[in-house]
Design a protein. Sequence first.
Length: 266
Amino acid sequence: MQVMKRGLMVLILALVLLCGLQAQSLKGMSLNGATGLYTIPSARIGWEARANVGLDFGFGVIFPDNRDANFIPRLAVSLFKLFEVSGAFDIQGEYDNDFLLGLKFQLPTQGSAVALGVNFQAIKTPLLGSSYDRNATQIYGAITYPGTFFRMPAETSVVIGHTFVEKTTADDKNFDFGMGFDLNLAPDVFSNLVHWVVDFANFSYSYDARGSNASARGSLNTGLRFDFASLPQLSRYKFAVDLMFLDLFDSNRTFALSAVFGIPIN
């Protein structure tokens, strides 16, 4: 188990070291609503360059084995090209629902993006009809930097943080660590439409994530992200669709769908 985990980290680090400069950034939405990859945030915010205020709407569906699908409506607001506020309802069943709130601040750097963030998680909150609740809070720092991989634009994100959990005996001494990349596949062929996204972390989109259980040995998630805003007719907006496999290396691997639509306000 440890050998596989170390081998995976070596693979991802090797991909990172192959990166150079100059990539195109697609600011997709992670499953908890923050701008990012699939389960980890990036250091980007949704409208960091094109609008002082931007609004993103997202909706995700996870299809776990032997359970009903869970639905994740999401909302994110970008403010002044520096701040992002995001929220999500993780609807896992009639009495098993979570509320996720995220705050992110992007530092005024050049080239690579650097951000500090916090995620507040009300797990099985009675406000959404659940029978009991507990809270989790994650603090993190993230860096996202551009590169090229086999002459294709890419962006790599690295996240490190810590999650504090109430009302549990779980060991909270471990650091959170995640890494992933967004590769713009053959832009000369697909005109920036198709991206390959991979992320790996020892944490997931929430402490009570379904379909992406990172508690045992981490979770590898991968799939395709389609950037329909690369089409001239939609270039003013954000419109991305994700087809993803969650926790791909374990027996509880799961398929999920997600979409985000964003508009600049000012």
